[in-house]
Design a protein around this ligand. Structure first.
Ligand code: AP5
Length: 186
C-alpha cells in the first residue's frame, strides 16, 4: 500500500504529479486546497473563514484544516493508499497527522518533495490564474512556504524516506518519470 505526502512550494506541481500518480497507482488524492475551495464554492462556514486567509496567501488555522483532514482520511477509500497534497503545512499539522495515522494504523511510505526556481513558479502560476494566483499573493504564499511549511521537511528528515525532485521548464511527465522510478523501489 502506497501512502504519500507531497511537500513543495506553491506551483511546483504537487497537484499535477498527484493526478499522474492517481492514474497509475489508483490511490486516493487528498488535496486540502481543493477541499477548502470546494467549501468556498458551497459557501460553508469553513469556506467563509478559509477564504479570508486564502485570498491573502496565508495559511488557514491549523485546527480547521486538521479537523477537515481527519474526517477525510478516516473514510474507507483511504484504506488502499492515499496521497496528501498540501498537508501537513505546519509542524503542528505534522504532529497531529502522526497521531491520526497511528490511530488508524497507517504508515507513510515516502515523502515526495518537489522544488523549482521561484521565477518558474511565478511564471506558471500567473499563467494558470486561479483566484490566489496574482503576483502579490503568490509572493506571500512563497514566503509562508519558506517560514512555515519548509520546516515540515526538516521535521521528517531522518524519520521518513524523502524523494527529492527538481521541476524545471520541462514537461510534467519528465518529473513524473523520476518520481515513479523511486516509488517503484518502495
Ligand atoms: P493549495 O491549493 O494547496 O495551493 P498551493 O500549495 O499554493 O499549490 P498550487 O495548487 O498552487 O500548486 P501545485 O504545487 O499543486 O502545482 P500545480 O500542479 O497546480 O493551497 C491554497 C491555499 O489553501 C493556501 O495558500 C492556504 O491558504 C490554504 N491551505 C491549503 N492547505 C492548507 C493547510 N494544510 N493548512 C493551512 N492552509 C491550507 O501546478 C501549477 C501550474 O503549473 C499548473 O498550471 C500546471 O499545469 C503547471 N505545471 C505543473 N508542473 C509543470 C511542469 N513540470 N512544467 C510546466 N508546467 C507545470
Amino acid at each position: 500500500m502506497l501512502n504519500i505526502i507531497f511537500i513543495g512550494a506553491p506551483g511546483v506541481g504537487k497537484g499535477t504529479q498527484s493526478a499522474l500518480i492517481e492514474k497509475d497507482y489508483s490511490i486516493v488524492h487528498i488535496a486540502t486546497g481543493d477541499m477548502l475551495r470546494e467549501n468556498i464554492a458551497n459557501a460553508t462556514e469553513l469556506g467563509k473563514t478559509a477564504k479570508t486567509y486564502m485570498d491573502k496567501g496565508e495559511l488557514v488555522p491549523d485546527s480547521l484544516v486538521i479537523n477537515m483532514l481527519k474526517e477525510r482520511i478516516t473514510k474507507d477509500d483511504c484504506k488502499n493508499g492515499f496521497m496528501l497534497d498540501g498537508f501537513p503545512r505546519t509542524i503542528e499539522q505534522a504532529k497531529e497527522l502522526s497521531n491520526i495515522l497511528d490511530s488508524l494504523n497507517y504508515k507513510i511510505s515516502s515523502i515526495v518533495y518537489i522544488y523549482a526556481d521561484e521565477e518558474i513558479i511565478i511564471e506558471r502560476l500567473l499563467k494558470r490564474g486561479r483566484a490566489d494566483d496574482n503576483e502579490e499573493t503568490i509572493k506571500n504564499r512563497l514566503k509562508v512556504f519558506e517560514s512555515q511549511s519548509k520546516p515540515v521537511l526538516d521535521y521528517y528528515e531522518g524519520k521518513l524516506k524523502i524523494i527529492k525532485v527538481k521541476s524545471g521548464r520541462g514537461e510534467p511527465e519528465e518529473v513524473y518519470a523520476k518520481i515513479k522510478a523511486e516509488l517503484d523501489t518502495l
